[in-house]
Design a protein around this ligand. Structure first.
Ligand SMILES: [Zn+2]
Length: 321
């Protein structure tokens, strides 16, 4: 009896440790060693789940699960947001879906054209599941998918599995409304943001948005050479924030609210642009632009990898504005 109580206490302590808010940290290599996924999915609001990826670059340990892979159990089938970085991750997510519902997966939505949104498409296509993405994301993946696949093999080795470049079967440009089961799901392209064909999956009745890469949390957003930061800010202010979402599942980092993703995405972009504008006004060069002060964001994951790069990209963008 005593022994059983002791065991129960130990188990409870163990569960508390697991269930407790394990902070996002790029120093935690894997939170779910039993699975290819970095993290076990959590139910954010009723029937909406997300497997929160590592807030780190892709590695062998996280198997490339460094973005959020979400699914919506609608009552008449499951909608998945993001195919994941490989067939292995797509299959691992499918195992988790089967553990919570008998409903079949009926649609996969790719949040943009990046490898970790689309490289798992082959797995889902083989299951006979339709795949939807923005037309620009599909083009992006057509152009760069092979490169992404090569990168996957480099970091994931045997964990890459039989991944291939599989384009989405269906594309859209503006919005797609999906009525499935008890859910109204609005698939939106609100405007240019982080990368070509970024989409937002909005559940108006639940007040939840699966934001995609327009919104980052707990890690520094990467700014690419083809990213227009002024457009990103404008899309945020005129279309994304006005959705009025209560809950936000960002592209990266734990689910949170609009104020928090605003602080670490919108406000970061505004801050960096102000710093670079000052630097330009003072006749600063590109070589020095890398080192503008970004210390208010130094606590974010991937700061070391991205801060100087981001500054260089924004300098190049703003130089001729
Ligand atoms: Zn991403």
């Amino acid at each position: 009896m005593t022994r059983r109580i002791a065991c129960a206490a130990a188990l409870a302590a163990g569960l508390a440790a697991v269930a407790g808010i394990a902070p996002a940290s790029e120093d935690i290599p894997d939170k779910y060693p039993q699975s290819a996924l970095y993290n076990k999915p959590v139910e954010v609001i009723p029937h909406v789940f997300t497997a929160i990826g590592a807030t780190a670059p892709p590695t062998y340990d996280n198997a490339g699960h460094n973005n959020n892979l979400s699914f919506i159990v609608t009552g008449d089938g499951v909608v998945v947001v993001n195919a994941g970085a490989s067939d292995t991750l797509a299959a691992a997510l499918h195992d988790e879906i089967r553990a919570v519902t008998d409903q079949p997966v009926r649609l996969v939505i790719n949040e943009n054209g990046q490898g970790h949104a689309m490289l798992g498409n082959g797995y889902w296509a083989d299951q006979g599941v339709e795949i939807l993405a923005h037309a620009d994301a599909a083009h992006e993946f057509e152009d760069r998918g092979a490169q992404g696949l090569e990168a996957l093999h480099n970091y994931a080795g045997d964990r890459a599995g039989p991944t291939r470049v599989q384009l989405p079967a269906r594309t859209f440009t503006d919005r797609e409304v999906i009525e499935m089961g008890d859910m109204r799901i609005e698939v939106l392209h609100l405007g240019p943001a982080h990368s070509p064909g970024d989409i937002q999956v909005w559940l108006p009745d639940q007040g939840l948005v699966i934001a995609g890469d327009i919104a980052f949390h707990e890690r520094m957003p990467p700014i690419f050479g083809d990213t227009c930061t002024s457009c990103w800010i404008e899309t945020w202010e005129t279309a994304f924030e006005p959705l009025g979402a209560t809950y936000v599942i960002p592209g990266h980092g734990h689910p949170t609210n609009m104020a928090q993703v605003r602080r670490y995405t919108h406000d970061y972009l505004v801050y960096l642009r102000e710093k670079i504008a000052e630097h330009l006004d003072n006749g600063g060069t590109l070589a020095d632009a890398y080192y503008v002060d970004q210390s208010p964001y130094a606590h974010l994951d991937t700061f070391e990898e991205l801060a100087t790069k981001n500054a260089g990209v924004v300098y190049t963008e703003m130089e001729f504005e």
